[in-house]
Design a binder for this molecule. Structure first.
Ligand SMILES: [Zn+2]
Length: 307
């Protein structure tokens, strides 16, 4: 009885990549996913997306766990590391190849440049290797692409409402395993969300246009479809997303209260004045009790000026 009840409960997650420290932009996704999970009396899981080994920064993982702890986040279950999930990704890649839902591609960047129109998301793959790699292609590099269906994918985001994407037109058959052997984010995230039993995904607006590909893979693999909530992302004065690349400031544990308070303001949660709270725990309690997605700002990005 307990088990079947458990299956129906909310399970959310936060999935940072350890290519650097957490910054205010990552804190927004962590905070929103945490509040949504806790407001639903759900579990909140942590997954470290360390797929791309060369991009993993030394010490970043322990720094991320530490700063999350300092900010009062409490995760359920063991942390899941994508670097330990390669066998699962490989098994599913092989299944898709065997079912003729995926195929090897030997197109170099140069061939892609010659053959592909450029769309909003980069080259639109026109299916050069769909019938097999051409004998004249000397490349030994092999990526794996999944056949993209021509039916548009539709879904309802909890904030942005009805969304639709025709993957074949916008992107074409997309890569699930890169030619350097690294599994693509799209594949890994779908397999892990299923593996962790995630029912609700709360993440940045910049990932909204990845959702159709993930739904498509879920369908292909017979996985249940989670609910999606994309929240606005923080941008700098030039309109660039706060990121490790543009040197967004690393979160500091000692500033946890101010950081969470700022995140709540950014997320449109209108917390009462700071002096109403004697400690971080009180602020969290207030935020969980008053979590309201109807007051989230609706624009995809919002200016963030660091105090
Ligand atoms: Zn190709």
């Amino acid at each position: 009885m307990l088990n079947s009840l458990k299956l129906n409960t909310y399970r959310g997650r936060f999935a940072p990549s350890p290519s650097g420290s957490l910054h205010f932009g990552s804190l927004l996704a962590a905070t929103a996913s945490y509040l949504d999970a806790k407001a639903h009396q759900g579990d909140w899981l942590l997954r470290i997306e360390d797929l791309d080994a060369p991009r993993v920064q030394k010490g970043a993982i322990s720094a991320i766990l530490n700063v999350l702890e300092c900010h009062g986040f409490k995760w359920n279950e063991e942390v899941l590391y994508q670097s330990q999930r390669l066998t699962a990704y490989q098994t599913i890649t092989e299944q898709l190849l065997k079912r003729n839902k995926a195929y090897f591609c030997a197109c170099s960047r140069k061939i892609l440049q010659q053959n592909s129109p450029v769309g909003h998301y980069g080259f639109i793959y026109t299916g050069t290797c769909r019938q097999g790699i051409h004998a004249s292609n000397p490349s030994h590099l092999r990526s794996v692409r999944v056949l993209s269906g021509s039916t548009p994918i539709t879904f309802k985001d909890r904030l942005y409402g009805a969304c639709k994407q025709n993957i074949a037109q916008a992107i074409g058959d997309f890569v699930i395993k890169r030619s350097d052997g690294v599994f693509a984010y799209q594949l890994a995230v779908v397999i892990d969300d299923y593996y962790q039993g995630i029912t609700d995904i709360v993440r940045g607006y910049d990932l909204l246009d990845n959702t159709a590909r993930q739904l498509y893979l879920q369908k292909l693999l017979n996985f249940p479809q989670p609910h999606y909530l994309h929240i606005p992302i923080a941008v700098d004065a030039q309109g660039n997303k706060l990121s490790k690349r543009n040197l967004a400031k690393a979160l500091i544990g000692q500033h946890a209260f101010d950081n969470i308070y700022q995140a709540l303001i950014f997320l449109g949660q209108n917390p009462p004045p700071q002096h109403n709270f004697s400690q971080l725990d009180d602020l969290w309690q207030w935020a969980i009790m008053h979590w309201n997605i109807n007051t989230l700002p609706q624009q995809g990005s919002l200016l963030y000026e660091s105090p």
